[in-house]
Every structure is written in C-alpha cells, then in structure tokens.
Design a protein around this ligand. Structure first.
Ligand code: TRP
Length: 330
C-alpha cells in the first residue's frame, strides 16, 4: 500500500478551517493509502514558544486528530521529536542541499524581504531553524519512503524542495531515496472565516471547535453579513454566513435555506442560531472525545509512544540505506 504522509504543526485552537481544509481530507485518504501522521513539534521550536505552551499545544493537536477519528491502529500517529532518525537524516541531507535553495524558500524569503523593506538587517530575527526548515521537512517526508504528501498551496514549495534534495542524493550516490509524488491534493481549499477572509488564527476570524459552547456561540454571532433586512431577497453565493452554513447543513436543508435567501424572509440571526446548533451536533462526539483525552493525557502519551515505535520501524531501513549509500556504513 502506498504511503501518504501528513505533518501537523502544533498550533492551538483547531478550527473549522483546519478541519474542512486539512484534517478531513487527510483522514479520508486512509482508504487508499497507508496513513502516516505526525505532530511536527521540532518545526514548532523555530518560533521559540514557551515550553509550557508547546506542551499544551502538542496535546491539543494530538487529541484533536484522534477525536476526529484518526485510527491509531490502522494508521501511524506519532510525535516528530520521538524519531531520532529525523535529526540524523536532516544532517546528512544538509550536506547535499545548496544554500541557494534555502535562500529561495518562501518563508525565509518573505522575512528577508520584509526586513529590507523596513530598513533592517536582512537576516534580522531569522534563526537557523527557520532557514533550514525545508531540510527538516524533507527528512520527514523522505525517511518513510512517502509516496504522497497532501499539502495545501502554502506547503507546495516545501514538497518540491524535498524532491530536489532527494534527487541530489540520488545523483551523487546512486538511487537511494524515493521521490514523493509531485501532485497535490486538489480538494484542499481555504475555508472562509467569520469576516470572509481565509479562516486563519492570525486573522482572529476562526470558529474554533474545542472551545466552550458559550465561546462558540459568540463567534458564530460575530459572522459578518450585510444589512439586508429579513424580508428582502439576498444572494446566497456572496454571503459568507451561507458559505459556512453549507459546510454543516444537510443537502436538503442547505437547498431550503438557499431558496429562503432568494425569496426573502430569512433573518441572518436565526440562521446563525441554527448554524451554532448544527455545529454542536456535528462535533458532539469529537468534542467529547477531545475533552476526555485532555483529561487523560497519559492515554495520549501511550498512543504517541506506540506510534513512534511503528514509525521508527518504518524509517530505520531507509536511514540505513542512506548511511550506507553515503559511506557512513559498510
Ligand atoms: N510545514 C508543515 C506546515 O507548516 C508541517 C510539516 C512538517 C509537514 N513536516 C511535514 C507537512 C511533512 C507535510 C509533510 O503545515
């Protein structure tokens, strides 16, 4: 079975943008691929989070994925930092990675451009973790002979860089590493936030899934709409509330609501209340499972430790192949 690999940065407060844009499509792949999922905690270190915050975020993101149905028996789910083969492979890959390739990586380049624009030193605030981020990610991808890496548009370049690095190894040392497929999951689309821009934590426009009911209701009520009065007809396709509602309502209900928009007679506030209630029903099992896991962290620890064992079993032969190819082992 082919391997599909997904790395998840531990950022807090999983929201419906994460769910519909990334988690749900990634989990759906497990029918066709052997799923390898991990919490990319080493990558998170680049922003120097406080240790306590990082701990909490690792648990939250792990609990979220399990709560959404990641089957830890069928797939492999683990923490990146438990895999000691990763830093070793990263070091080896660094030796065949041109510095110029890193100079062109989007995240680093964006930071340099911003520094120059604002008259600062070009590398102001840039640490080596950020600069070499794509090499660590290449190690993540290449260690398990991954076939497929479903990522959104913002991570495409990183997968391309991983292919470039694998090609360098293969060119210099003979065919050693498998190149991950260069195509990307096309259904990974952005979900609109409560203000209509892409839903993102950095915009503060999210609908979080694992918050209190009161917090969720407050955010739903803040969804931005125009000021068309209830009795007037409205355009469902340009309305942000409708775009979000579509993600949750049954197809019949969505069609009914669409007609209400077109005919007039719909109050935005009423639809928001319905959206809130529908979200609670949709996410009830996940919310319960999440809360249970967060109160029983040793269960998360155990699942991650078991996953790490399996991941290392998968990765060890690949690293052995690389060590031999480059001449570290006979
Ligand atoms: N860089 C990815 C992100 O920010 C997370 C990630 C780390 C990843 N390693 C990976 C994704 C390997 C796919 C494959 O979202």
């Amino acid at each position: 079975m082919k391997i599909s690999l997904t790395g998840i940065k531990p950022t807090g407060n999983i929201h419906i943008g994460n769910y519909f844009g990334a988690i749900k499509p990634a989990l759906a792949l497990t029918s066709k691929y052997f799923g390898v999922y991990f919490v990319a905690d080493l990558h998170a270190l680049n922003s120097n989070p406080s240790p306590l915050e990082l701990q909490q975020l690792i648990y939250e993101v792990a609990a979220s994925w399990i709560a959404f149905g990641l089957d830890t028996e069928k797939a492999i789910f683990f923490r990146q930092s438990d895999i000691h083969e990763i830093p070793e492979l990263t070091t080896i890959l660094s030796a065949v990675t041109p510095k110029g390739l890193m100079n062109r990586a989007h995240a680093y380049k964006a930071m340099v451009d911003k520094n120059i624009e604002t008259g600062r030193d070009p590398d102001d605030g840039v640490n080596m973790g950020l600069f070499t981020y794509p090499i660590l990610m290449a190690a993540d991808i290449l260690l398990y002979d991954s076939d497929f890496v479903p990522v959104g548009p913002d991570q495409r370049q990183h997968v391309e860089i991983a292919r470039d690095i694998a090609e360098n190894i293969n060119r210099i040392y003979g065919k050693t590493l498998k190149l991950p497929e260069g195509n990307f999951a096309k259904d990974l689309k952005d979900i609109p936030g409560i203000d209509g821009r892409k839903m993102s934590k950095s915009y503060g426009n999210t609908l979080p899934i694992f918050c209190t009911e009161k917090e969720l209701r407050k955010q739903v009520m803040r969804i931005v709409t125009d000021s068309t009065p209830p009795e007037d007809p409205k355009n469902p396709d340009s309305d942000n509330l409708f775009q979000i509602f579509k993600l949750f309502g049954s197809s019949e209900r969505v069609e009914e609501v669409r007609q209400l928009y077109l005919k007039g007679g719909l109050a935005y506030g009423t639809l928001k209340q319905e959206l809130f209630e529908t979200m609670l029903v949709t996410f009830k099992p996940a919310r319960e499972r999440f809360n249970y896991l967060m109160e029983n962290k040793p269960e998360i620890d155990l699942l991650l430790a078991q996953g790490a064992e399996k991941a290392r079993e998968l990765g060890r032969p690949v690293l052995a192949r690389v060590r031999k190819a480059v001449g570290l082992d006979r």
